[in-house]
Design a protein around this ligand. Structure first.
Ligand code: ATP
Ligand code: MG
Length: 448
């Protein structure tokens, strides 16, 4: 991809235009990280970009952004521009095609305002970005309050870059984020969700959430989460402190190979009904029914933040089931197997692991016990035969004179459970078992 990006820059320069790598890729490169993509900024106008390159898509032509496809890779090629200030804090009112320097100063943070010429191997730094990367400082380009008022999403971008990179704020930048936090209310829910997910997927997720809270932003995005502050959990568990602290610790201790979009959100939201369900009995606080109610509330949060139906369903299911894990060792084998079979079971166990880690002192005995049962099950699952009902649907209908319908499905299921529990080993035992089951049901031979 890098080679192709360089060849595009060369092409523009040969045709007499200025062209550079811009923004995130230059920053990532200077920080010793592999850039995800290469954005290119150029003096060529949108029409000129289109006529110079073979395969183009005008994804943001009015802002001067053209998507270029080359060697199977995609690159955003954008004309140098300055944005005239925004009246709604969402998008610029108009753009003006300008010079590289002006294009640098319309960007948000100094670390994002760098250009690199890969042909001359020269860095173009109009904003002091190189020094800030070296000193690990996040600093708005220009007057911080103005920059936040122009585009309110920068509140979240600021917290994300600072925390993901482990930087410090330049004091004026920090003040703007603190003092203008209320402007987050004007940002679209999709963009909020997208930024929040990027923060939650990063190992520094707990730091970002803590800081969003300190700035008063979290309360405006997720009041359900900040309501957990001050909710005490007394007793032998949870010496870590209140429910909010527990949520942050659970996020903090998440192993990196666990992190998926659904899991990080489930961990953040898994106890949000605790404030509502807290009940003090003698010297302990109980939260009866909090899993089911947290799940319902999480559904509402996910809807509000415009998550997809699939994401919402998975997050809500994990939260609803998170207290079930404790009952697995004593469950009937068939019920255990039903859960082990569930496509989201492994994520449920990951949520349980983070939940345990979020407590102090934490105890992973239950996690290990259930994972042992699950591993045994996975070994057993290879013996497909064990789970395949000995009498098929056709055989059941013939033998017991039944018609197709829900009863057949039920008989297949109870047979499978009986096999799992070791009550049925072959066809003749299955026949006896089904006979017994039907006569208990009073359904033998009847056309139902
Ligand atoms: P990453 O993709 O790793 O999140 P990035 O810096 O590449 O970080 P993008 O959102 O891909 O961020 O934007 C590319 C560049 O466009 C940024 O580096 C920055 O220069 C500029 N930019 C993006 N969003 C804004 C914004 N809201 N205000 C000002 N400049 C922005
Ligand atoms: Mg990017």
């Amino acid at each position: 991809m890098l080679k192709t990006a360089i060849s595009i820059v060369k092409k523009f320069q040969k045709a007499g235009y200025e062209a550079y790598f811009a923004g995130g890729s230059v920053r990532d490169f200077l920080m010793g990280k592999e850039p995800k993509d290469y954005d290119i900024a150029t003096s060529a106008l949108p029409n000129e970009i289109e006529s110079l390159m073979e395969k183009t898509y005008p994804i943001g032509k009015q802002f001067g952004v053209i998507l270029v496809e080359e060697n199977g890779h995609h690159f955003e090629v954008a004309t140098f521009r300055s944005d005239s200030s925004s009246s709604d804090g969402r998008r610029p009112d108009a753009v003006l095609f300008t010079s590289a320097k002006e294009d640098a100063v319309r960007r948000d943070f100094t670390i994002n305002g760098l250009f690199y010429d890969p042909v001359q191997e020269k860095l173009l730094d109009y904003v002091g970005g190189q020094k800030d990367i070296k000193n690990k400082i996040l600093r708005f380009i220009g007057e911080p309050h103005e920059r936040v008022k122009e585009d309110h999403l920068r509140l979240l971008r600021g917290v994300r870059f600072k925390n993901n990179f482990g930087f410090e704020y330049e004091p004026g930048t920090k003040r703007a984020l603190e003092e203008l936090s209320h402007l987050i209310d004007n940002v679209s829910k999709e963009r909020i969700q997208d930024e929040m997910t990027k923060m939650l997927l990063h190992p520094h997720r707990a730091h970002s959430m803590r800081e969003l809270d300190t700035f008063g932003i979290l309360e405006r995005i997720l009041p359900e989460v900040t309501a957990c502050k001050g909710i005490q959990q007394t007793g032998q568990y949870h010496h870590e402190g209140d429910v909010f602290t527990h949520l942050l610790k659970a996020l903090h201790d998440m192993p990196e190979n666990f992190a998926s979009k659904e899991l990080v959100w489930a961990v953040l939201l898994h106890d949000i009904a605790k404030p509502e369900t807290a009940l003090k009995k003698s010297d302990r606080v109980h939260f009866d029914g909090h899993a089911a109610l947290s799940s319902k509330m999480a559904r509402i949060v996910c809807k509000r933040l415009k998550m997809s139906n699939d994401e919402t369903a998975k997050i809500a299911w994990m939260i609803e089931q998170h207290m079930t894990v404790g009952t697995i060792p004593n469950m009937r084998r068939a019920h255990q197997v039903n859960l082990f079979w569930h496509p989201w079971f492994e994520d449920l166990m990951r949520l349980h692991y983070c939940d345990e880690h979020g407590s102090f002192p934490f105890d992973l005995t239950l996690y290990q016990t259930v994972m042992k049962l699950y591993d045994d099950f996975k070994g057993e699952k290879l013996l497909e035969d064990h789970f395949k009902p000995k009498l098929s649907g056709d055989q059941l209908m013939k033998l017991f004179k039944l018609k197709p319908g829900p009863l057949i499905r039920e008989l297949l299921q109870v047979q499978r459970e009986a096999q799992i529990e070791g009550l049925v080993h072959d066809e003749s035992e299955a026949r006896k078992f089904v006979e017994g089951y039907l006569s208990e049901k009073g359904a033998h031979g009847k056309d139902i």
